[in-house]
Design a protein around this ligand. Structure first.
Ligand code: XMP
Length: 515
């Protein structure tokens, strides 16, 4: 069955992923494509509707990103947002000019077209999020104004006959309280999309696609126990069972009890039909890290050792045709859609897996999913909540939560302290959903007294941040009682620690991890 799809054309706007998530939340599938996508490619996708994103350019500048004007006679409904709205006006014979002052932030929105398909049910006087300097100063033929703000005469316009809609403001951000409904009306009422994007059908589709792709071949997956690789394992296992080989490298830098949990879920007697290959590489990693204090060098060593361990395992296995990875949609989008969108983040985990190993191909069954969809999928595949809702954990593990040299004893300290912190966070009912909460070990040793004796021990650092995107973060305001209990328990229960500190720093200037 052909799935209904909305195409989001990317003009470089920072909110393109948000638009996509909002559309998906309406249970409608969508994909972000560069604005340079040709009409031929677009037609082949046969979208039920097209959304043009915002972008930093000015439509009247010579190098401004643009699209083929034929787009507007494609027949599918089109919604232009911000720059996308201006481009629609510009290409259809209207006018766009630079306003005297820019309009930025929370703005009153007054609806002039309550009968507009986008605004049916929207209060006549509401709010929207604006972020623009240019504005539409003359409408193209056939359009009418459907909303304005005190400073912007054309906050929304439309030609309902050709099904072309334009919003100067951003319906996709939370600050536009009616924005979700406007987008929903566009995809449902204007484009006529049903609720075809549901995880159950995604599972069926992917299972078939994976089977067709790999045939009798064997597929190798590096399973870390993190959300993405775990969900990828569960999905692949559903499709190809024992043909899937999951290599789980225990590098000794995992959280307390983590290796056991991964083995319980994925190992023999667990919930999934697959070939599970645990590798105990703890000694190898600790040896390689001996005496190394520089954080970048530690990262490099851990990465290298991981690849070598994985490589050796793959060679032992022999005859593996495919490599599977838990790449998700933000990874794909952030590495650039190839259009006007700047590469915002080329972050961690770059480098990837061994290039010397030759595989027939790469299998990435989560490539089109957002994180919340990956979690949803994991639940539907029977993964426990403890895995589906895991906090992000860096690839180099506790190696980047120990300042200075990494030793087995320091790892023990962080593991114990972190386990206490997690227990108390749960007991105090702290919502850890949008952030990261962990213990780290500073390299600070200082004098203390315990009983009648003098100590010279380490300081554990508790780090808790709230963040939406992990690019910026603020320290969480945890209850003092919680911090107090953690301090007491860590001092009493974890040997080698005589101080507990709480890190108040935001990112920037600090980072989230402490290394
Ligand atoms: P920082 O410390 O850079 O972290 O503010 C931002 C986010 O990235 C995670 N992180 C990593 N994740 N491999 C990963 O998969 C890594 O090497 C790595 N380093 C940091 C960090 O936990 C936070 O969520």
């Amino acid at each position: 069955m052909e799935r209904e799809m909305i195409v989001i054309l990317d003009f470089g706007g920072q909110y393109k992923q948000l638009i996509a998530r909002r559309v998906r939340a309406c249970r409608v599938y969508c994909e972000i494509r560069p604005c340079t996508t040709s009409m031929e490619e677009l037609r082949a996708l046969s979208p039920k509707g097209v959304i043009l994103t915002g972008g930093p350019g000015s439509v009247y500048e010579p190098d401004a990103p643009t699209c083929d004007p034929a787009l507007f006679s494609l027949g599918a409904p089109i919604l232009g947002i911000c720059y996308g709205a201006q481009l629609m006006a510009h290409l259809l014979g209207g006018q766009v000019e630079s306003a005297q002052t820019s309009e930025y932030g929370h703005t009153q929105l007054l609806i002039d077209g309550p009968d507009s398909a986008l605004f049916r049910g929207t209060p006549g006087d509401t709010a929207c999020w604006m972020s623009h300097r240019d504005r539409i100063s003359a409408l193209p033929a056939g359009f009418r104004i459907t909303a304005h703000t005190p400073a912007c005469p054309v906050a929304a316009m439309e030609d309902s006959v050709r099904r072309l809609y334009a919003l100067q403001f951003h319906p996709e951000v939370r600050h536009t309280p009616e924005g979700d409904d406007m987008l929903r009306r566009f995809v449902r009422d204007v484009c006529g999309c049903g609720e075809s994007w549901v995880m159950e059908s995604y599972i069926e589709e992917q299972v078939e696609a994976i089977r067709a792709r790999v045939g009798e071949g064997r597929v190798l997956l590096a399973l870390s126990g993190g959300v993405d690789s775990s969900v990828a394992a569960a999905l692949l296992s559903r499709a190809i069972g024992q043909q899937l080989i999951c290599v789980f490298v225990d590098h000794g830098l995992l959280r307390k009890g983590e290796a056991d949990r991964v083995k319980e879920v994925f190992g023999p007697g667990g919930s999934f039909d697959l070939t599970f290959r645990p590798v105990d590489a703890r000694d190898r990693f600790f040896k390689a890290l001996q005496g190394v204090t520089d954080p970048e060098q530690k990262r490099r060593i851990i990465g290298e050792q991981f690849i070598r361990t994985f490589e050796a395992e793959a060679k032992n296995l022999g005859n593996v045709s495919y490599l599977a990875q838990g790449t998700i949609y933000p990874d794909v989008v952030e590495s650039g859609t190839g259009g006007a969108g700047a590469v915002i983040k080329s972050h961690h985990n770059v480098g990837g897996l061994p290039k010397e190993l030759s595989f027939t191909g790469l299998v990435e069954p989560l490539r089109s999913l957002f994180k919340d969809e990956v979690r949803d999928l994991g639940r539907k595949l029977g993964l426990p909540e403890s895995i589906v809702c895991r906090q992000p954990f860096p690839g180099p593990g506790l190696g980047v939560r120990i300042v200075g040299e990494v030793t087995e004893d320091k790892v023990r300290i962080v593991q114990e302290a972190d386990a206490i912190f997690q227990e108390e966070l749960a007991r105090f009912g702290v919502d850890t959903g949008s952030g990261q909460f962990f213990a780290a070990l500073s390299n600070l040793r200082s004098v203390g007294v315990m009983g009648d004796g003098r100590t010279y021990d380490y300081a554990v650092v508790l780090r808790a941040v709230r963040t939406e995107d992990f690019m910026t973060a603020a320290a969480a305001r945890l209850p003092y009682e919680l911090l107090d209990v953690c301090m007491n328990r860590i001092i009493n229960e974890v040997s080698g620690v005589n101080r507990v500190l709480y890190d108040l720093t935001s990112k920037p200037p600090a980072t989230i991890e402490l290394e």
